[in-house]
Design a protein around this ligand. Structure first.
Ligand SMILES: *[C@@H]1O[C@H](CO)[C@@H](O)[C@H](O)[C@H]1NC(C)=O
Ligand SMILES: *[C@@H]1O[C@H](CO)[C@@H](O)[C@H](O)[C@H]1NC(C)=O
Ligand SMILES: *[C@@H]1O[C@H](CO)[C@@H](O)[C@H](O)[C@H]1NC(C)=O
Ligand SMILES: *[C@@H]1O[C@H](CO)[C@@H](O)[C@H](O)[C@H]1NC(C)=O
Ligand SMILES: *[C@@H]1O[C@H](CO)[C@@H](O)[C@H](O)[C@H]1NC(C)=O
Ligand SMILES: *[C@@H]1O[C@H](CO)[C@@H](O)[C@H](O)[C@H]1NC(C)=O
Ligand SMILES: *[C@@H]1O[C@H](CO)[C@@H](O)[C@H](O)[C@H]1NC(C)=O
Ligand SMILES: *[C@@H]1O[C@H](CO)[C@@H](O)[C@H](O)[C@H]1NC(C)=O
Ligand SMILES: *[C@@H]1O[C@H](CO)[C@@H](O)[C@H](O)[C@H]1NC(C)=O
Ligand SMILES: *[C@@H]1O[C@H](CO)[C@@H](O)[C@H](O)[C@H]1NC(C)=O
Length: 811
């Protein structure tokens, strides 16, 4: 046997055994399944046999050499596993790469590549396995042309129009089975290019079309870890990306059809999701039916385009949107000039666009006329990539953004055009017994909590399938406390038990008969605005669980008495330790650093990890409570506004928050986004480091607030002067400087420049990550006469304290 085997080695395929790790395989050489691998020159990638998690099948794949757990980016024989470790990989003299099993001569997989030339098989440092000309660098075959479920930098995702070749992703069947699963993710190029994820042949997600600048409102977070680009010319239409610096990222379509950009955090030893394509219900394909418009910021999310009415009002009223809408006045083509167009703005353009003409000089009037003349044209849009785009048939899968998006001109009967008719929202019909509803502040919020439970969305294929709702699918287990019990626990809301004052009322400490300590937030009876905030709090907080958030234990509503019961935080709030130095206790640097990281985690959870995207809107030191171990817990979501998914920015008539923590775009325009919280977080970081309030900051030499002061010190390379004298001894300079830099990045004037909370955590986590230089901060000098630190409201319901703010032009 041994003799035969060596004979085979000498005269047949030469094994790589015992040779140094190499990145090339010559014709007639072979790799067998005993740990022989190809390793790329710079040690980035490795190719060899592997078994997926929990499986004993053997596959040939490529994975990151230095990342553990093993992360496979490409599999050769994904549909034809070897059941034992008898396999070998070789490249034939013809240039064909193939894998054979035990004794067999019939390959279980082959690349079908062929070349007449002198060639080698090489694993490049990009992770690309290529059959290349031995002399030049031209490729005869490359694994990058045959993606599995992953895109790594350098791979293309799209089309080669000359060869009609498509690069697309197909999910694995399961974690243990890399064979082609249910989902595929392609760039579709009929009409405007757009990314589509399908389950089998059914669309489950659509990015929104490429308009020459972006896809729908594709995430900006992406840009923080990668440089991505989209190429459109007569040869190619594709998306690709590069890693930024030495950060390693990959883009994966997982087994349940979720498409994510992940980045490796060496410090934490795990892949971190930077974003997921599907983010909310409005990303469910066709969620609101034909002519329906989805907006995650509205409850309910669906409404008809103005000029349209629900097709089946009964379904629509029970949150079954699938039937969509129909024109209020049907179009009549034989009626001359009987119709025109209504413009809708900031939309994700509907599916099934048709490019009308490749002329780049088509004006809007030309496009308008072309659509008017064709009876079956229902809408048109003007985009950068193709001037005139039209739609025939019904308009499906539209959503409304609060910023960005495209204009769409929808054809309708003249009678609908004159009046700027308001959009018609689906009416809420409360049919459920309102027992809990009465208990909870009225039936609307009850319906919001439980209404979705009954919602069924009918899909053509499986008419009765229950669609997984994204909110309220579980019982909201929110105990209702008895007023008498609360009064007893708080000693009749005695002054001694009062521990604080939030935006909308007082907070009392209480002790239940069981000995459990609670904090009761009692809403001021006269606060007209309190009710809405309370509703928000009840609905939102009940669902949130994170170790850096304060838990809501229940509520108590009795006539006009409204209270929320939280777990009690024995160490009160952060401001007492930072600004009130008479407290006697100071927090050393390590503790302060932990608090910064804890707040960042809590905020990231609100922004991204919790199923509902939540913007706090009133993050400040007094809203950071400390538990018995001095861990930070974010509190007071009374102003939080439910955000789901794409809704990255919204505007509000009521500016709610605390001066000193508000970013300029919010204080001035009422625009808020996750980046508003990032701004407040930045202020908080600077306050934690300096022990000084941003508002009310005073410096003998200038008139700047803390942010301006910090920014000046930073630019003069004197940033350490910012540090609180009480912690000077305990600081770790590099850590403090990094935190100051992160703080200044967070308070940059332009919200686009501010990092997302996930980037903030990455920056805080890793010592190596190079940070950008902070640009101009956005700041106010708040010389406000009323020095109270309570939350302010302006707008609709004018608060009693008139506040004047001055915007400082930075230099
Ligand atoms: C590869 O092997 C085949 C048959 O075993 C032989 O004819 C051919 O010359 C070999 N090629 C090289 C490059 O060694
Ligand atoms: C992994 O394999 C073990 C043993 O076959 C099995 O008990 C377990 O359920 C598997 N885990 C998963 C998640 O499939
Ligand atoms: C592979 O070869 C070994 C040794 O010849 C044998 O024991 C084993 O059963 C073979 N496996 C298969 C799948 O043929
Ligand atoms: C190579 O060709 C065979 C036979 O046509 C086919 O079954 C196989 O899928 C091809 N392999 C690849 C990687 O395309
Ligand atoms: C390109 O390939 C698709 C299927 O992959 C086919 O339907 C289409 O006709 C091809 N187009 C051309 C121009 O070859
Ligand atoms: C298309 O873009 C690719 C990538 O930038 C470039 O290499 C190629 O030359 C371009 N082709 C044409 C015809 O412009
Ligand atoms: C796919 O990714 C989504 C989003 O992160 C996650 O919720 C889901 O559990 C993942 N599915 C699998 C099978 O890992
Ligand atoms: C369409 O308009 C024409 C001309 O005004 C009229 O005769 C016809 O009845 C209309 N059709 C419908 C369905 O309203
Ligand atoms: C643009 O349209 C003209 C005629 O309308 C056609 O001749 C030409 O080939 C088109 N160009 C491309 C790039 O499709
Ligand atoms: C309207 O446009 C459609 C789609 O391009 C086309 O099939 C139809 O012939 C056009 N009708 C008229 C009247 O131009």
């Amino acid at each position: 046997m041994a003799v035969i085997f060596s004979f085979f080695l000498i005269f047949g395929f030469l094994s790589l055994e015992s040779s140094e790790a190499t990145d090339t395989l010559l014709p007639n050489q072979t790799i067998i399944d005993n740990g022989e691998n190809l390793v790329s020159l710079g040690q980035n990638f490795e190719l060899g046999f592997f078994s997926p998690w929990n499986s004993s099948n053997r596959y040939v794949g490529i994975w990151f050499k230095n990342i553990s757990p093993q992360t496979v980016v490409w599999v050769a024989n994904r549909n034809s596993p070897l059941t034992d470790s008898s396999g070998s990989l070789s490249i034939a003299a013809t240039g064909n790469i193939f894998i054979v099993g035990n004794q067999s001569t019939i390959p279980i997989w082959s690349s079908n590549s062929s070349t007449p030339n002198n060639f080698v098989l090489q694993l490049l440092d990009t992770g690309n396995l290529v059959v290349k000309d031995a002399e030049s660098s031209s490729f005869f075959w490359q694994s990058f042309d045959h993606p599995c479920d992953t895109i790594i930098p350098g791979m293309k995702f799209g089309w080669n129009l000359l060869t009609n070749q498509s690069w697309f992703l197909t999910s694995w069947k399961s974690l243990e089975d890399p064979s082609i699963g249910e989902y595929n993710h392609k760039l579709e190029i009929q009409g405007l290019p757009q990314f589509v994820i399908r389950r089998g042949s059914d669309i489950v997600y659509r990015s929104g079309p490429w308009d020459g600048n972006r896809f729908g409102l594709l995430q900006v977070e992406e840009k923080t870890v990668t440089n991505s680009f989209f190429i459109v010319n007569s040869t190619f239409v594709y998306y690709s990306f590069e890693d930024k610096g030495d950060r390693i990222s990959r883009y994966v379509l997982n087994q349940s059809g979720s498409s994510q950009l992940l980045t490796w955090n060496a410090w934490r030893g795990e892949w971190i999701a930077i974003f997921t394509l599907q983010r909310d219900q409005c990303d469910e394909y066709g969620f609101c039916g034909p002519y329906g418009l989805c907006n995650v910021n509205m409850e309910p999310h669906c409404r008809c385009l103005s000029g349209f009415d629900p097709k089946i009002p009964r379904d629509w009223n029970t949150f079954d949107w699938f039937g969509g809408c129909i024109p209020r006045t049907p179009l009549n083509c034989s009626k001359d000039n009987g119709y025109g167009f209504k413009k809708f703005s900031m939309l994700k353009l509907p599916d099934n666009s048709r490019l009308w003409s490749n002329r780049t000089d088509m004006t809007q009037t030309d496009c308008n006329q072309a659509c008017l003349r064709n009876c079956s044209c229902v809408a048109y849009a003007i985009t950068d990539v193709c001037r005139c785009v039209m739609w025939f048939g019904s308009l499906l899968d539209m959503r409304e953004y609060n910023k960005g998006g495209n204009d769409l001109y929808v054809k309708m009967d003249a009678s609908e055009l004159g009046s700027e008719s308001k959009a018609r929202w689906g009416t809420l019909i409360i049919t459920v017994p309102a027992v809990l509803g009465v208990l909870l502040l009225g039936s609307i919020s009850y319906y919001l909590i439980t209404g979705y439970k009954r919602r069924k969305v009918k899909r053509e294929n499986d008419p009765d399938q229950d669609v997984q709702p994204t909110m309220g699918e579980e019982e909201v287990d929110l105990p209702s406390f008895d007023l008498v019990a609360i009064a007893t626990a708080t000693n009749d809301f005695s002054v001694e038990n009062k521990v604080g004052e939030g935006g909308f009322g007082h907070v009392y400490k209480g002790v239940l008969p069981t000995g459990k300590e609670i904090a009761v937030k009692r809403l001021a009876k006269d606060s007209g605005q309190g009710l809405q905030e309370l509703k928000n709090e009840v609905i939102f907080i009940a669902k949130l669980q994170h170790r850096n958030l304060v838990r809501l234990l229940g509520c108590c509503i009795h006539q006009d008495e409204k209270m929320l019961v939280y777990e009690y935080m024995p160490n009160r709030s952060l401001d007492l330790y930072l600004f009130n130095q008479t407290c006697g206790v100071s927090l050393d640097w390590q503790k302060r650093f932990d608090i910064i990281v804890g707040i960042a985690r809590g905020l990231l959870y609100l922004h991204r990890d919790s199923r509902l995207r939540i913007i706090h809107r009133d993050l400040k030191a007094s809203n950071i409570l400390l538990d018995s171990e001095m861990n930070p817990r974010i509190s007071d979501f009374g102003l939080a506004r439910m955000f789901r998914g794409d809704q990255s920015e919204a505007s509000t008539k009521r500016v709610v928050g605390t001066y000193g923590y508000m970013p300029p775009e919010y204080a001035i325009d009422g625009l808020f986004s996750v980046k508003s919280d990032v701004f407040s977080f930045g202020v908080l970081v600077l306050e934690i480091i300096s022990g000084k309030r941003n508002r009310g900051f005073y410096h003998p030499d200038h008139d700047l607030n803390l942010i301006g002061h910090a920014s000046n010190l930073w630019n003069e390379d004197q940033a350490l002067q910012l540090v609180d004298v009480l912690i000077e001894k305990s600081i770790v300079k590099s850590e403090v400087l990094r935190c100051i830099q992160v703080g200044l990045l967070c308070v940059q004037e332009r919200s686009e420049d501010r990092p997302s909370m996930s980037s903030v955590l990455l920056m805080l986590d890793s010592e190596q990550l190079p940070l950008p230089q902070p640009k101009q901060p956005g700041f106010y000098t708040g010389r406000i006469t009323n020095e109270s630190n309570s939350s302010s409201i302006r707008g609709q319901t004018q608060s009693r304290n008139e506040v004047t703010i001055t915007m400082l032009q930075g230099r």
